[in-house]
Design a protein around this ligand. Structure first.
Ligand SMILES: NC(=O)c1ccc[n+]([C@@H]2O[C@H](COP(=O)([O-])OP(=O)(O)OC[C@H]3O[C@@H](n4cnc5c(N)ncnc54)[C@H](O)[C@@H]3O)[C@@H](O)[C@H]2O)c1
Length: 255
């Protein structure tokens, strides 16, 4: 073998990307698949999920899909069971599913609050709970949760989102404490403003953009691919001694 040869980082790994149908989750799925992982995408959006999986498969990489609403524990358990039936293992969990609703605090209803918290935080809990026993059995695993700069820097009119993203980071840190001894790493990624469907209403709002743009030293809005590299680093062996961190990917916004 050529001494310069470097094996694909994830050639023996099975990765479950929850919320991988589009946006940041799609970029992560593509990156993991290209680097050798057998990728399973779980998402509620069947059409986008099939499209993304088709694009990955067309490039000759391994990908499967499971339809799943992360708010439903039965569906989450079933999704993880499918992964185990197919591959007998799950090495990487990327919890990327998320929603945002911008509302003045006094106008935030219980329904809006629950919707955001159920997907962004409870879904992360349900998915990690289903995956972790399989990782404990094999004494290794990488959990990566999509948090946000909003976990640290609260933005007005995003109370439920800010709380959900801080919550998911504390969930992540708890798992780092509890599961480190089983060879499981639990880390979070904190994107700044990234160009996706989720951020579109903000990007289209001139008032928001005027206030926001000068806050980013990089001088540009991020792309999903900007997040895929740091997220997959946390899933790699290079991150074996990294546990409980929130890695901001924000073009320096929080510097
Ligand atoms: N775009 C940004 O600026 C930004 C910044 C910081 C953090 N994030 C976080 O990154 C993650 C991905 O966001 P994105 O910008 O790629 O958004 P997106 O809307 O493009 O993707 C979100 C994905 O989550 C899936 N999803 C939503 N509800 C679900 C449910 N109930 N069950 C299963 N899947 C569900 C969607 O179908 C979609 O595929 C989110 O957690 C978001 O909060 C995004």
């Amino acid at each position: 073998m050529n001494s310069d040869y470097i094996a694909p980082r994830f050639h023996d790994r099975v990765a479950l990307v929850v919320g991988g149908a589009q946006g940041i989750g799609k970029a992560i799925s593509v990156r993991l698949a290209r680097e050798g992982a057998r990728v399973v995408i779980g998402d509620i959006d069947e059409a986008m999920m099939k499209q993304t999986a088709g694009e990955i498969a067309d490039q000759g990489y391994s990908v499967r899909t499971v339809l799943c609403d992360v708010r439903r524990s039965r569906q989450v358990d079933r999704m993880v069971e499918r992964v185990i039936e197919w591959y007998k293992q799950v090495d990487i969990l990327m919890y990327v599913a998320g929603v945002v609703q911008s509302l003045q605090f006094v106008k935030t209803g219980e329904r809006e609050w629950d919707h955001t918290l159920d997907i962004n935080l409870k879904g992360a809990f349900l998915t990690a709970r289903a995956v972790v026993p399989h990782m404990i059995k094999r004494r290794h695993g990488k959990l990566i949760f999509m948090s946000s700069t909003n976990a640290w820097d609260a933005e007005a009119e995003l109370a439920s989102y800010n709380a959900s993203k801080a919550g998911v980071f504390l969930l992540c840190k708890t798992l780092a404490r509890e599961l480190g001894r089983y060879g499981i790493n639990s880390n979070a990624v904190g994107p700044g403003l990234i160009r996706t469907r989720l951020s579109e209403p903000f990007l289209k709002n001139p008032r928001f953009m005027k206030r926001y743009e000068h806050l980013i030293p990089a001088g540009r809005i991020g792309l999903p691919e900007d997040v895929a590299g740091p997220a997959t680093f946390l899933a790699s062996r290079d991150a074996d001694y990294v546990n409980g961190v929130l890695l901001f990917v924000d073009g320096g916004q929080l510097a």
